[in-house]
Design a protein around this ligand. Structure first.
Ligand code: C5P
Length: 328
C-alpha cells in the first residue's frame, strides 16, 4: 500500500516538476534579458551539485540525522564499493552524451520536428524494459504506447503559422544530422533509464545513495563539458555570469527533476514516467495558453490530448485481470 502511494506520489510530483520547468523556461524566454546570458554548461554543473547536496541531506535524514552514520554509509557504499559506484558511470556518461546530442539535434532541426521525433523514446524505453528487465506487456499496453506516442507527437505538431515561421533554411544534410542525433538520443534515453532502473531495483541500496553516485559522475562530466565549451568565458567572468532569480529557479527545478525521476524509476517505472511527462506536456501547453498567451490550441492539439488520455487509461486496462498481484 505504502509503495503504491509512493508510486503515484512520485508520478504526480513529476507532472508538477516537468510542467513548472517548461513554463519557467518559456516565461524566461519572453522576458527582455539585459547583460550577458547565463552559460547553459554552468547550469548543468550547478544542478548536478544541488542534486548531490540534496541527496546527501536525504541520506542524513534516513539515518536519523547522525553525522557518524552518514559518514560511514557514504564511505561504505561509495568509496569501499568502487565497482558498484563505477556502474553508475554508464548511465551518467550516456545522459551527458544524450544532453549533447539533443543540443546537436536542436541546432540542426526545427524545434517541432525535434520534439515530435523525440517521442520515439516512448517505444525504445518499452523495448529496453522488455529486453533488459524481462517486463511483459500485453497487446493493449503496446497499443496504448503507440497511441501515446502518436498523441504526444500531435500535441506538439506545429500550427500553420508556427511552422512557416520556423522553416529556416535548414539544408538536407543538416536535417539528416539532426534526425540521426534525435534517433540516437531516443535509444540512449531508453537504455540509460532502464539501466538505472535495473540497478535501483536489483540492489537494496537507498535510491538517494545511488543518485549521489550518478550525480558524482554527472558533475565530473559536466565540469569537463563546461571547461571545454565555455572555459574561456568562465575564466573571464566566472561561472555564475548572467545568473538571476529565474536562472536559479530553472536550475533548482532541473535538480528537483533529477530527484523526482530517480524516485519515479524506483517506485514506478520508466514506462509510467513516459505517461507522466506526456500528461505534463498537455498541462503546460494549456497553462501556457491561459497564462502566457503564447500558444493557440488547434484541433490537432485537442486530438493529440485526447489520444494521450485514452492511452493512459488503456495502459492500465489489461493490468487488472492479470493474475500476478505485484503488478499494481
Ligand atoms: O529524456 P529523458 O527522460 O531520457 O531524460 C532524462 C533526464 O533526466 C536526463 O537529462 C538525465 O540527466 C536526468 N536524470 C537525472 N537523474 C536521474 C535520472 C535522470 O538527472 N537519476
Amino acid at each position: 500500500m505504502a509503495s503504491s502511494r509512493l508510486k503515484y506520489m512520485s508520478l504526480g510530483v513529476l507532472v508538477f516538476q516537468t510542467t513548472s520547468l517548461v513554463l519557467t523556461m518559456r516565461y524566461s524566454r519572453t522576458l527582455q534579458s539585459e547583460g550577458p546570458r547565463y552559460l547553459a554548461s554552468s547550469a548543468v554543473v550547478v544542478a548536478e551539485l544541488l542534486k548531490i547536496l540534496t541527496c546527501v541531506l536525504l541520506v542524513f535524514k534516513e539515518h536519523s540525522y547522525s553525522m557518524r552514520a552518514l559518514n560511514s554509509i557514504l564511505r561504505q557504499e561509495i568509496i569501499h564499493k568502487p565497482i558498484e559506484t563505477l556502474k553508475l558511470a554508464i548511465p551518467s556518461g550516456i545522459y551527458t552524451l544524450q544532453n549533447n546530442l539533443l543540443y546537436v539535434a536542436l541546432s540542426n532541426l526545427d524545434a517541432a520536428t525535434y520534439q515530435v521525433t523525440y517521442q520515439l523514446k516512448i517505444l525504445t524505453t518499452a523495448l529496453f524494459s522488455v529486453s533488459m528487465l524481462g517486463r511483459r506487456l500485453g497487446v493493449y499496453q503496446w497499443l496504448s504506447l503507440l497511441i501515446l506516442m502518436t498523441g504526444v507527437a500531435l500535441v506538439q505538431w506545429p500550427s500553420e503559422s508556427a511552422s512557416a515561421a520556423e522553416k529556416e533554411v535548414l539544408s538536407a544534410g543538416s536535417q539528416v544530422v539532426g534526425v540521426t542525433a534525435v534517433l540516437v538520443a531516443c535509444c540512449s534515453s531508453g537504455f540509460a533509464g532502464v539501466y538505472f532502473e535495473k540497478i535501483l531495483k536489483e540492489s537494496k541500496q537507498s535510491v538517494w545513495v545511488r543518485n549521489i553516485q550518478l550525480g558524482m559522475f554527472g558533475l565530473v562530466f559536466g565540469l569537463i563539458g563546461m571547461l571545454l565549451y565555455d572555459g574561456e568565458r568562465v575564466r573571464e567572468s566566472g561561472m555564475f555570469q548572467g545568473y538571476n532569480t529565474l536562472t536559479w529557479t530553472v536550475v533548482a527545478l532541473q535538480a528537483l527533476g533529477g530527484l523526482v525521476i530517480a524516485a519515479v524509476i524506483k517506485y514506478a517505472d520508466n514506462i509510467l514516467k513516459g505517461f507522466a511527462t506526456s500528461l505534463s506536456i498537455i498541462l503546460s501547453t494549456l497553462i501556457s495558453y491561459f497564462w502566457l498567451q503564447d500558444f493557440e490550441p488547434t484541433g490537432v492539439f485537442f486530438l493529440g490530448a485526447i489520444l494521450v488520455i485514452v492511452a493512459t487509461f488503456l495502459y492500465g486496462y489489461e493490468v487488472k485481470p492479470a493474475v500476478n498481484p505485484s503488478r499494481a
